[in-house]
Design a protein around this ligand. Structure first.
Ligand SMILES: [Ca+2]
Length: 198
């Protein structure tokens, strides 16, 4: 399945209609015109975790088009974007793809990760997404991008502070019904490692 983000901007004026600022928490856009159960696109949210007035991460949502054999549709992707040299821990799979959201309570997050773990250098990871079927129908729930399919979801993180980095973790709250992704809890340290508490 080929995925194309380029068409996003040409499609947006057609398929997105603002529902007003106070619907379901404010600022939500609803996708119109493509089947039933049309999902809503949550607003982007930025986080400054070490309170230095520089945002470190942003949860952002992008819409794209998937293009298969004799079929196509839309998808919405909820992504965690790295800002100001912050990054998240990923694991190298054997096929060279990377896996996120693998951390659990009692895991140790190292400032210098050990293979196959590494700090993501791609600038963005997909946390959750929802994909329109070829018949135009949207599923009832978003899919979390984790092979563990567990909740709560933890990510190891590194945040820039002055010329150094802090290591830590974030606990994500992912609402599969509306796709909203929130930072529920986090910790940072200047030590070499931090352990996610039970
Ligand atoms: Ca910051």
């Amino acid at each position: 399945m080929k995925r194309v983000y380029v068409l996003l901007f040409s499609l947006l004026p057609i398929i997105i209609v603002s529902c007003g600022k106070n619907d379901n928490g404010g600022g939500i856009q609803k996708v119109e015109g493509f089947g039933q159960n049309n999902p809503e696109v949550p607003d982007a949210v930025s986080y400054d975790l070490n309170a230095d007035s520089v945002d470190d991460f942003q949860i952002d949502y992008g819409m794209g088009v998937w293009d298969g054999i004799d079929a196509s549709g839309l998808f919405i992707s909820g992504d965690l974007k790295s800002l100001d040299d912050s990054t998240v821990l990923v694991r190298n799979n054997e096929d060279l793809s990377v896996q996120i959201l693998f951390n659990r309570p009692q895991d140790t997050i190292w400032s210098a990760p050990k293979q196959p773990d590494k700090w993501n250098d791609d600038g963005s990871v997909t946390i959750a997404e929802i994909t329109q079927a070829a018949d135009g129908i949207w599923p009832d729930e978003w899919t979390v991008n984790s092979e563990f399919n567990s909740n709560p979801y933890y990510l190891g993180i590194r945040v820039k502070e002055n010329e150094d980095f802090l290591v830590g973790w974030i606990k994500l709250e992912i609402n599969k019904t509306n796709g909203k992704i929130k930072f529920e809890q986090y910790r940072l340290t200047a030590d070499e490692y931090i352990v996610i508490p039970e």
